[in-house]
Design a protein around this ligand. Structure first.
Ligand code: ADP
Ligand code: MG
Length: 677
């Protein structure tokens, strides 16, 4: 069978099913073959109810009764009493009301889920359900793959379709260079895909995952190696180190640089002195002081006669950066300009003229910086703030404004664990600001049950009464963003007409136009608004030091990294700040969530996230999806090291990548995704 055959051509796939597949990006037979199970239900390990121990369990049981009720904010809870010959147990599903109609009282089912203590009793949480009868018929298939659910596609049907592709999978050729498969002792391509879709044992699954994981990492590391090699062949500008200027700059600062800031500045100076353009990522937790480091480097560039440009994702961020940098650099005669969409008419023409003539040494701005009309004068140094917010093409467009390749400093407040940085940004040199300026008070963080909200709002109002400001983040994190908007709007209307009637309340969400968002943020930043009710769109880099309190609703549904990023909107001044994490239900907070009460360290929290939730949480869901890491764990340092060595050896060998069509295509795609220039 042809791998590029559209799924629509398979028997049993009609328009409706085809649409459902398309919505999750599955179009061809090949896509479906590479849609790998998320996990497996292992029915070879059954227990009787009386023997259950906490953890993942499987039981065969009858259903005695079911019941569904609604709790807070549209959340539905379905419970069922399950029984076998030994005992009974309660099963609980969140937001799966169809379970009540699915389960028939005269049938036996296999339930696989987490057996845990909650609400003062043991229960089986969110178990998957299989009709026992069906499984008994399919003898020998006691390990059942569980695919990520696709709206409009029943799991059984998905399994049947994949089953119909078994002969095709068996015939698949090798995608990795044969030498590497042998050297690494890996399963073949066909073997591994067969094992993942139709497993016979856990060992087999593990071997298959090793193979697929290796391949994914190999593709990624090959891409970053190639990018790195391409970069080192470029010619850039030599910017000599000016010791006097550096000393002056540091002496003029109203504070002492942290050791981390010193180290990063030093690393940049050394890169500047090389003819090979700098390609550096500056990672620093929120508030770690990245802007000063960029300012220090821009001053060095200006001394050598080079212009610098700093691009930020929004107008408000750009204008805050311009203010800060102007203050830092003004004493040295370094001219700072601000170019955004808001600068119009004559003022814009004059500004563009000054940029082109070199009258301005550091241009700070938004996407406006990459417009055709903007011409630079010896652009030698480019800074991209919140770099993950820009597409590759946008970063490229800015770098293209220079004759040669300028030095690049990409800044991010998202702490990326080392293993992830190595794989995803392997071509980059990384500087880390792992130290906050002295004197910051930790943000007092508390997990809150979804009850007793009066007390919570009172705590917020106490802050507002003292002239401080606050945020209320209330995303549902629904699959459908429309629901998020509805939820935040409802909360906004409720709060402004009840508890916070006497306060100025603003609303912010992703469906507003960029202009509307900027306006609300400006009103908040200027202190006109006391309280901002928002979805998670609330700006990452924005500095409103007067904001000291934040409530995050449904906190248990966020990743730790994201909670940490959100929390970083407060705690930006010498005032004590507070963050309340409200649970979506009254169950016991997980150990994971407890971590954020204890730690203010973004790197540590990112590591915890990486272990528990995978890299998507940290690197950004969409980008991670595009990286095509379905199996590889970026926490698996051993496999990463093996793939890294294999990628180097492959590039140093006489083998031609283009000979491996599929590999070459994926590597090319990865190169475009991870490159910074
Ligand atoms: P971020 O890394 O989040 O972009 P900023 O560059 O906005 O952080 O810095 C946050 C705040 O900390 C700013 O008000 C800045 O002036 C201040 N700051 C930066 N470095 C230091 C330092 N070494 N000591 C004290 N304050 C500092
Ligand atoms: Mg910043």
């Amino acid at each position: 069978m042809n791998l590029s055959l559209p799924l629509r051509e398979l028997s049993g796939v009609g328009d409706k099913l085809d649409d459902a597949f398309r919505r999750v990006g599955l179009r061809t037979v090949k896509d479906l073959i590479h849609y790998l199970p998320r996990t497996y239900d292992d029915y070879t390990q059954q227990s009787s109810i009386s023997d259950l121990k906490p953890g993942k369990v499987t039981i065969v049981a009858r259903v005695e009764s079911t019941e569904t009720h609604s709790v807070r904010r549209g959340m539905k809870i379905t419970t069922a009493t399950l029984a076998d010959d030994s005992s009974k147990v309660k099963a609980v599903w969140f937001n799966q009301p169809y379970r009540a109609t699915q389960l028939k009282s005269d049938e036996k089912y296999l339930f696989t889920g987490t057996f845990e203590f909650s609400y003062n009793r043991y229960q089986l949480t969110n178990p998957s359900v299989e009709q026992a009868k069906k499984l008994e018929q399919q003898t020998g298939e006691k390990i059942v793959p569980v695919y990520r659910s696709i709206r409009g596609v029943k799991p059984q049907l998905l399994r049947k379709l994949v089953e119909s592709l078994r002969p095709t999978i068996t015939m698949l050729g090798e995608t990795l260079p044969a030498g590497i498969v042998t050297e690494q002792g890996l399963m073949s391509n066909a073997e591994s895909l067969l094992a993942l879709h139709f497993p016979e044992s856990q060992e087999q699954i593990a071997r298959a995952k090793e193979r697929v994981g290796f391949e994914e990492l190999f593709e990624l590391l090959l891409a970053s190696q190639l990018n790195k090699r391409a970069n080192s062949r470029l010619t850039g500008y030599k910017i000599p180190f000016d010791v006097v200027a550096a000393k002056e700059f540091v002496a003029e600062l109203p504070f002492a640089l942290t050791n981390a800031q010193r180290r990063a500045s030093w690393q940049i100076i050394q890169d500047f002195e090389s003819q090979i353009p700098m390609n550096r990522l500056l990672q620093g937790d929120v508030g770690s002081g990245k802007t000063v480091v960029a300012g220090f480097a821009a001053r060095q560039a200006a001394r050598a006669g080079y212009q610098s440009a700093l691009m930020a994702p929004t107008e408000i961020l750009a204008s805050q950066h311009a203010d800060t940098l102007r203050e830092l650099l003004d004493p040295f005669g370094v001219e700072v300009g601000l170019l955004t969409g808001a600068v119009k008419g004559k003022a814009r023409a004059a500004l563009l003229e000054q940029i082109a003539s070199g009258g301005i040494h550091l241009i700070v701005g938004t996407h406006a910086l990459i417009q055709k009309k903007v011409e630079y004068h010896k652009l030698g140094f480019v800074v991209i703030d919140e770099q993950h917010r820009f597409g590759v093409a946008q970063r490229q467009a800015l770098l293209d404004k220079s004759q040669h390749m300028p030095h690049l400093l990409a800044m991010t407040a998202t702490p990326i664990p080392r293993s992830l940085a190595l794989t995803v940004y392997g071509e980059l040199d990384v500087s880390v600001l792992d130290e906050l300026p002295a004197g910051r008070k930790p943000i007092s963080t508390r997990i809150w049950a979804p009850t007793n909200t009066e007390k919570l709002y009172a705590a917020v109002d106490t802050e507002l009464a003292q002239g401080r400001q606050g945020y209320i983040i209330c995303s549902l994190i629904d699959e459908d963003p429309e629901n998020d908007v509805k939820s935040v709007e409802a909360e906004y209307r409720k709060l402004r007409s009840t508890v916070f009637r006497h306060r100025q309340v603003g609303l912010l969400h992703g469906k507003m136009t960029p202009g509307e968002k900027e306006e609300v943020m400006q009103r908040f930043a200027s202190g006109e608004l006391d309280l901002l009710v928002s979805t998670t769109v609330v700006e990452v880099g924005v500095n409103v030091p007067n904001a000291t309190v934040m409530i995050i609703e449904n906190a248990d549904r966020f990743g730790l990294s994201q909670l940490h990023q959100l929390r970083g909107r407060v705690g930006r001044s010498s005032h004590q700040s507070y963050c309340y994490l409200v649970m979506s239900d009254s169950s016991k907070p997980s150990a994971r969530l407890r971590e954020i009460e204890k730690s203010q360290d973004g790197f540590y929290l990112a590591e915890v996230d990486l272990k528990l939730r995978g890299p998507g949480e940290i690197y950004g869901r969409s980008q991670h999806g595009a990286l095509n890491l379905q199996v590889a764990s970026l926490g698996d340092a051993k496999l990463i090291a093996r793939a890294q060595a294999a990628a180097r050896a492959f590039l140093d060998s006489s083998e031609d990548l283009l000979q491996y069509t599929q590999l070459a295509a994926q590597v090319e795609k990865n190169q475009r995704l991870t490159t910074l220039n």
